[in-house]
Design a protein around this ligand. Structure first.
Ligand SMILES: Nc1ncnc2c1ncn2[C@@H]1O[C@H](COP(=O)(O)OP(=O)(O)OP(=O)(O)O)[C@@H](O)[C@H]1O
Ligand SMILES: [Mg+2]
Length: 268
């Protein structure tokens, strides 16, 4: 049997898409921001979408959570078009999102915020059990459980937001610019936590302004420009693509990885 293909992190790539964008056109007030967006988010993978400010990355994630409607095309989850499924229905299916802007209730405690992530669960014992498990995985939750969320640093709040989204034991975790506004050390902790989530078996769809760092973590990369898919490939292939490196990643890709032998596939 042939060896499975390797990805940017030198781990086998799972091939079946958990989520797929199929010709997605979407926007606001009649004007499309996304134009025929098509790509797969493989199950078990960490797919990182990069692109300039205003490219439509957050809008794309909005079509996954259901807050942005597709005017044409659809987002497909486990082979089923999500169509008009409500944001709540999408949560029930196991699709959770951490938004670009901070979203904790500042006057509530860390524990209360995390438990809110399980608001659609009826079983209180399950909520408690999940909370205990998550507090072990993300230490700041246990350390600051009784503190008001508003008293935490930006990086700590990010980690609590991750914790909150885990309450539904999600199949797909969608993260919009988790490292935004963080100092380099805190950013590393956040990326480390993203890696831990991925290694624990979650499928992750990540949008990241720190494109190199995001692509280095990822199994799959997607470049979005002006609402269109410009390039798809393994995380490493996108990272090493000379044109993309120069345009979007700030300089030569060789300097980041030391090799640029393989090239990613331009989107058709
Ligand atoms: N609620 C909205 N109503 C109208 N236009 C919007 C809305 N949200 C975003 N836009 C516009 O849609 C375009 C894409 O925005 P979007 O936030 O998806 O980009 P992005 O790639 O996430 O950018 P950034 O890197 O700055 O987060 C931009 O021109 C933006 O001004
Ligand atoms: Mg955005």
């Amino acid at each position: 049997m042939p060896a499975p293909p390797l990805n940017g992190a030198d781990r086998p790539v799972a091939r079946a898409p958990l989520l797929a964008f199929r010709g997605v056109c979407a926007g606001y007030g009649g004007a499309d921001i996304l134009h025929q967006v098509t790509f797969d988010v493989p199950e078990g993978g960490l797919t990182c979408v990069v692109g300039p400010n205003g490219a439509g990355k957050s809008t794309l994630l909005g079509t996954v959570s259901g807050i942005v409607k597709c005017r044409a095309g659809d987002v497909v989850f486990r082979g089923e078009p999500l169509g008009k499924a409500s944001p709540r229905r999408r949560l029930e299916l196991g699709i959770v999102q951490v938004p670009q802007n901070h979203s904790l209730f500042r006057e509530m405690t860390v524990r209360e915020n995390v438990e809110l992530g399980g608001f659609i669960l009826k079983d209180r014992a399950l909520v408690r059990k999940r909370y205990e498990q998550i507090a072990e995985t993300i230490p700041v939750v246990a350390e600051r459980a009784k503190h008001k969320a508003g008293s935490l640093s930006g990086g700590q709040q990010r980690l609590v937001e991750f914790a909150r989204c885990l309450m539904l034991d999600p199949a797909l975790v969608v993260l919009d610019e988790p490292s935004m506004g963080l100092d380099p050390r805190t950013r590393r902790t956040v990326f480390e936590t993203v890696r831990t989530l991925h290694r624990s078996g979650r499928t992750i769809l990540l949008v990241e302004q720190n494109a190199r760092a995001g692509l280095r973590l990822s199994t799959h990369g997607v470049v979005l420009e002006n609402g269109q898919v410009r390039l798809t490939g393994s995380g490493r292939d996108v990272l090493e693509n000379p044109e993309i490196g120069a345009l979007f990643l700030g300089g030569s890709p060789r300097s980041a990885t030391g090799s640029a032998e393989r090239t990613a596939q331009p989107a058709s």
